[in-house]
Each structure stands twice: as C-alpha cells, then as structure tokens.
Write a protein that binds this ligand. Structure first.
Ligand SMILES: C[S@@+](CC[C@H](N)C(=O)[O-])C[C@H]1O[C@@H](n2cnc3c(N)ncnc32)[C@H](O)[C@@H]1O
Length: 280
C-alpha cells in the first residue's frame, strides 16, 4: 500500500532543482526537430494546489518556489522554471504548482511523446484529469521500474527518462541502480535523470559507488543542501544524478546551484555539490 503523496512536498527545494534541470534538458532535446520521448517512471499527480490540506500542512513550498517567486535576479535556467510556474497561476499569488508530467507536457511539441507511470490509485486518477486526453500522452497505472525497462529503447531513439521514486521502501535505493543499468543496456544514448534524497548520507555514498561500478558512462551529479548533514530525521539535501547530460547543463548548474544554496538554505547552511561521477 503506497502512502506517499507528492502534494505534501510540491514546490519544495528538491522540486525546484529537479524541475529546473528537467526543463533545461527538455529544451536541449528540442533544439533538434527529430521527435523524442519523455518517460516519467514515477509521475505523481501532474499538478498540485498549494492551498490543499496537504500543502497547507507542511508548507514546504514556502521554503522552495515561494522564495524565488518575487526575485528579479534569478539565474537564467531558474527564471525559465519560475516563468512556467507563473503561467500556471492566474494571478501574482502562488497557489498552483506543476508536477513533472505537466511541465513536460506543456513544453513538448506535436511530434514528441510522453509515457507516464503512476501506481497510486488516487494520483493516477488526478494525473489522467491533468493530462486531458492529449494524444501525445500515454498513462500507465503500472510499476514504472519494471515496465519502464520494457519500453527501452523508445521508437524515436531519442529520449529523457526521469526516475523519481519516493524511497518509501528502502530497497528502492538498490532498485534504481538495477533499473538504470537495465535501461542503459538497451538504450545507451538516452538521457536519464535520477532523483535522490539525502536522509542518510551513507545510502547515497553507496548509491554513487554502485553506479560508478556499472558500465554506465558520462554521469554527473548535482546536489542542493538545505542544511548540513546530521543524524536527525528528515531530508537535509537532495540531488540528481544525470546520465548523458546535455553539454550545457553543468555551466547552468554552476550558476544556479550557488544561488539556490544561498536563497533556499536554512540558517545560512545551504550548500551544493557538482561532480562528474563517470567520464564519457
Ligand atoms: C516523488 S513522487 C513523483 C513526483 C513527480 N515526478 C514530479 O516531479 O512532479 C513519486 C510518485 O511515484 C509513485 N510510485 C511509487 N512507486 C511507484 C512505482 N513502482 N511505479 C510507478 N509509480 C510509483 C508514487 O505514488 C508517487 O506519486
């Protein structure tokens, strides 16, 4: 039984980094006319009200997107992201947030496709409503880990896979490595983005070591910390592991991550990491 609902976390500092990177990669793929496929193995609901009971309860977005909302000095890639969320809001007030499927749906072209996986009964219903019978979109009420591998390579032979689990089940730290290895074996030229939370640093150290030990090449890591590592409960940082990133991504992150660490860090303890885990 899945209990995770992304509505508690929509628009938090982890979403800011994840969705900024997602947009940058989608825009890069769009530079060529050739169609591509966007695959979201853990899609969530697609769109979120920040006035919902869940969002009101945690207020996580107040330490994420809300801190950037009125700023006039945003780095380019963060500005592009904030602009898209602004378009989803009817007024200057921040009341709505977009999930990864809707961010992608709004950016993809007629020739592109979206394949979205969501296991949670309620979330998949909301996702179906959010996507509004778009012919480019296929929604599967299935396990994105298992079925996502079967999709590789996409028929377009160009694509981006976002793997964004909640890590509710601790075996998911291992499952993401196995899934990436299997996907990469079938589709080595695809771009992959894996999200991870830093709740226990040792788990992430192990994840990095395991990924480095695979045959996967060209791996970059981008991490944003809200506070320093500690043994207390909760997520202190979160990051993205990107396989076959666009060549432009690192430079954008070199500008964006110090900015985000400064403005989204708590008690001046914000920090970031940019690393090349494996060479091309
Ligand atoms: C972190 S949320 C996704 C957020 C979304 N990617 C975004 O950025 O807006 C993770 C979602 O994955 C779903 N989920 C969990 N295990 C899954 C699985 N094996 N296959 C597909 N969806 C799964 C959960 O129900 C939850 O809605």
């Amino acid at each position: 039984m899945l209990s995770y609902r992304h509505s508690y976390h929509a628009g938090n500092y982890a979403d800011v980094l994840k969705h900024t990177v997602l947009i940058h990669i989608l825009e890069h793929l769009k530079k060529k006319d050739k169609p591509f496929c966007y695959i979201d193995t853990h899609a969530g609901a697609g769109a979120y009200s920040l006035q919902s009971e869940q969002a009101e309860k945690t207020q996580e977005y107040t330490q994420g997107i809300a801190r950037l909302w009125q700023r006039a000095d945003l780095p380019e890639c963060i500005q592009t992201y904030v602009d898209q969320i602004k378009q989803a809001n009817l007024s200057d007030e921040l009341t709505h947030y977009l999930g990864s499927p809707m961010i992608a749906q709004q950016r993809l072209r007629r020739q592109d496709q979206l394949k979205l996986y969501e296991l949670h009964n309620t979330e998949v219903e909301i996702l179906n409503d959010s996507m509004q019978r778009d012919r480019r979109v296929q929604i599967f009420h299935e396990d994105g880990f298992k079925h996502g591998v079967g999709l590789m390579p996409p028929q377009q032979r160009r694509g981006l896979v976002l793997i964004d689990p909640s890590y509710e089940i601790k075996t998911e730290y291992q499952q993401v490595v196995v899934t990436l290895e299997q996907m990469y074996k079938r589709f080595a030229t695809g771009t992959y983005v894996l999200w991870y939370p830093v709740v226990d640093r040792e788990r992430i150290n192990l994840l990095e070591r395991q990924l480095k030990a695979t045959a996967i090449k060209n791996i970059q890591l981008f991490e944003l910390a809200q506070s320093a590592d500690s043994n207390e409960h909760g997520m202190m940082a979160s990051g993205l592991i990107v396989i076959n990133p666009p060549w432009t991504l690192k430079a954008q992150m070199q500008e964006a991550l110090p900015y985000l660490a400064k403005h989204l860090g708590l008690n001046k303890a914000g920090d970031f990491r940019i690393e090349q885990l494996k060479e091309e």
